[in-house]
Write a protein that binds this ligand. Structure first.
Ligand SMILES: Nc1ncnc2c1ncn2[C@@H]1O[C@H](COP(=O)(O)OP(=O)(O)O)[C@@H](O)[C@H]1O
Ligand SMILES: [Mg+2]
Length: 303
């Protein structure tokens, strides 16, 4: 495998604030790589440095074997970026937003038109071809921003929170398309604060907070390493029942009146527990990325 993005000791400061704090990562050709973290974690700042629109404060960042500080134009030509914020041109129609964007890449007009129409079909926007931007729903705008990111047939596709605020249908269409792009061999870099999205889509991901990585790995492996394969959720446990659960030696957490027990052997534990404490109610479910996140960052509210 070859790395298409390599960061070493990467730092970004805004005045006194260190938004990205000495991070190292490699993103490999053909993978879907995710930056997962709450608002303000530094995800967009990393994306903007990769995109060569925000200068690196210190450390090194290479994209497609080129230094972002030395060859920004060459790098930009080979990236497709869907930024977090809607920056579509409201004076243009849907189709014109794509064709005018194609001009940045010096695409011949015919090719730009053909490509734009293909992409409108790909993102299920062909019926909106001549609609003005202000008349699109939020989901349609997101889809158009993703379509626009693909206009130059990029080597690396960067999607900054592509599904935030979307309804389930729009979200699933974008998920399907990301999977399809990966199957076609594209490298996709994704940021999200949705744990399930990261778990479903990413080959590898980092969980970040305050500009640092808390953990890096493959989603299923991370879940199994950090919290085990299943979670038993218990309500109505008195102190004695809680003490019993803790005595199993498994990770047990309390949040309000609910207990969480993380393990690989939930079934056996639940069977014994139910016999001893029949008044408590419990369910067993598969563990998720959200459990990993809460385990690492705690359940208290931040901000
Ligand atoms: N242009 C900027 N000037 C000052 N602070 C910024 C700027 N851009 C981002 N920040 C700050 O850097 C931190 C990381 O922001 P950001 O990368 O946008 O986080 P995320 O995308 O994970 O929500 C935040 O505290 C944010 O307020
Ligand atoms: Mg962001």
């Amino acid at each position: 495998m070859s790395s298409v993005v390599v960061a070493r000791g990467l730092v970004k400061r805004f005045g006194n604030l260190t938004a990205v704090d000495h991070i190292d990562f490699n993103i490999e050709q053909g993978e879907v790589f995710g930056f997962l973290g709450p608002n303000g974690a530094g995800k967009s700042t990393i994306i903007r440095m990769i995109q060569c629109v925000s200068p690196v404060t210190s450390g090194s960042l290479k994209v497609l074997n080129m230094d972002v500080q030395k060859q920004p134009r060459e790098i930009k030509a080979r990236l497709g970026v869907a930024p977090q914020d809607d920056n579509l041109d409201p004076d243009f129609s849907v189709l014109q937003n794509l064709t005018s964007y194609a001009r940045y890449f010096n695409m011949p007009k015919d090719l730009a038109n053909q490509r734009a129409n293909e992409l409108l079909e790909f993102m299920q926007l062909e019926e909106k071809r001549n609609t003005m931007i202000d008349d699109l729903s939020g989901g349609m705008k997101r889809r158009l921003i993703v379509a626009r990111a693909l206009i130059n047939d990029p080597d690396i596709i960067i999607l900054d929170e592509p599904t935030t605020g979307l309804d389930p249908q729009a979200r699933h269409l974008i998920w399907e398309r990301i999977r399809q792009l990966k199957q076609e061999g594209s490298t996709v870099i994704l940021t999200t604060h949705y744990m399930d999205e990261a778990e479903q889509l990413c080959d590898r991901l980092v969980i970040m907070e305050h500009g640092r990585f808390l953990i890096e790995g493959k989603p299923r492996q991370m879940i199994s390493d950090i919290v085990g394969d299943c979670v038993m959720e218990i309500v109505g446990a008195d102190d004695e029942a809680e003490e019993y659960l803790r005595s199993t030696g498994k990770q047990v957490e309390r949040s309000a009146d609910r207990l969480y027990l993380y393990s690989n052997e939930c079934r056996n534990i639940e069977r014994d527990f139910q016999e001893l404490y029949p008044k408590s109610q419990s369910i067993i479910r598969s563990s998720t990325m959200e459990d990993v996140f809460l385990r690492l960052t705690g359940r208290r509210l931040r901000e």
